[in-house]
Design a protein around this ligand. Structure first.
Ligand code: KIV
Length: 283
């Protein structure tokens, strides 16, 4: 990718040149910095933060204020990746005016370069209006976690021809509405491939097989920091949770046994200063 900030032009060029885009999530400064150092093209401040950071059952309760707070922190760590802020549930569903206003808040107050929202054909007019207002929009179709209950739960989408055709139509509608990229979640690999071949904008998959234009994963899943449930499409590259747990347990033991802090973690005071202090304290 380019040296410096990844732009919408770089993202489009990657598809044209057949270079896979790499995207992960981040919710705070340390992970923003790590994603930057790892050379991510795109970092998503996803509303998945509700589950993996805030301990909620789903993404529905996540608010605009939560999103702005976390986007600001990630942006400070991400010098090069394009940062995308996720529009939380009901921040764009009420009216087009509300959608433009809240997209503007993520960009203006959060400092991200683009926004993402869930929905296909039904949200094409909303996407078109946000794009017209000058904001880059990434679509999200297939399994849409904010409305997963309406889809019958966290299930693979587009398994039969009729359901698959609906997702193809969603992708085309989003492209026509002006998205710069589309995330497609939890669909059969051949459908992911077909959609990537059908639209000109980059299609980034999460559980959509290898033949799309790039991949995104929730970082807390891929590093094994969140293991309440592990979707089939997740690959855990490391299991960091047991490493952190062991460190915290050892810390507790060493504080209790006074093995910590050791001399190398403590500050010295000249003997004379200590004697003088004691004298002063005696009056
Ligand atoms: O919120 C999120 O992290 C997402 C990804 C799963 C794409 O939407």
């Amino acid at each position: 990718m380019s040296n410096g900030k990844v732009t919408v032009l770089d993202v489009q060029k990657a598809k044209e040149e057949g270079r896979k885009l790499v995207m992960c999530t981040a919710y705070d400064y340390p992970f923003g910095l790590l994603a930057d150092q790892a050379g991510m093209d795109i970092v998503l401040v996803g509303d998945s933060l509700g589950m993996v950071v805030m301990g909620l059952e789903g993404t529905v309760p996540v608010t605009m204020e939560h999103m702005i707070h976390h986007i600001k922190a990630v942006v400070r760590g991400c010098k090069n990746p394009m940062v995308i802020g996720d529009m939380p549930f009901m921040s764009y569903n009420v009216s087009i005016q509300q959608a433009i206003y809240n997209s503007g808040r993520l960009v203006k107050e959060g400092g991200c370069e683009a926004i993402k929202l869930e929905g296909g054909v039904d949200f094409a007019p909303t996407v078109q209006a946000i794009v017209k207002a000058g904001i880059l929009v990434q679509g999200h179709i297939g399994l849409t976690p904010q409305t997963a209950s309406a889809l019958g739960g966290f299930k693979t989408q587009g398994r039969d021809a009729i359901a698959a055709k609906k997702i193809v139509d969603d992708a085309k509608a989003l492209e026509d509405a002006g998205v710069f990229s589309i995330i497609i979640e939890s669909v059969p690999a051949p459908l992911g491939k077909l959609i990537a071949e059908t639209v000109k904008v980059p299609v980034i998959g999460i559980g959509a097989g290898p033949d799309v234009d790039g991949q995104v994963l929730v970082t807390h899943d891929l590093v094994g920091l969140f293991d309440k449930f592990i979707p089939k499409f997740v690959k855990q590259y490391v299991q960091i949770r047991p490493v952190i747990l062991e460190a915290l347990t050892r810390y507790k033991q060493e504080v209790q046994s006074v093995a910590f802090p050791a001399p190398e973690h403590s500050f010295k005071m000249p003997d004379k200063a200590l004697e003088d202090l004691k004298k002063m304290m005696k009056g």
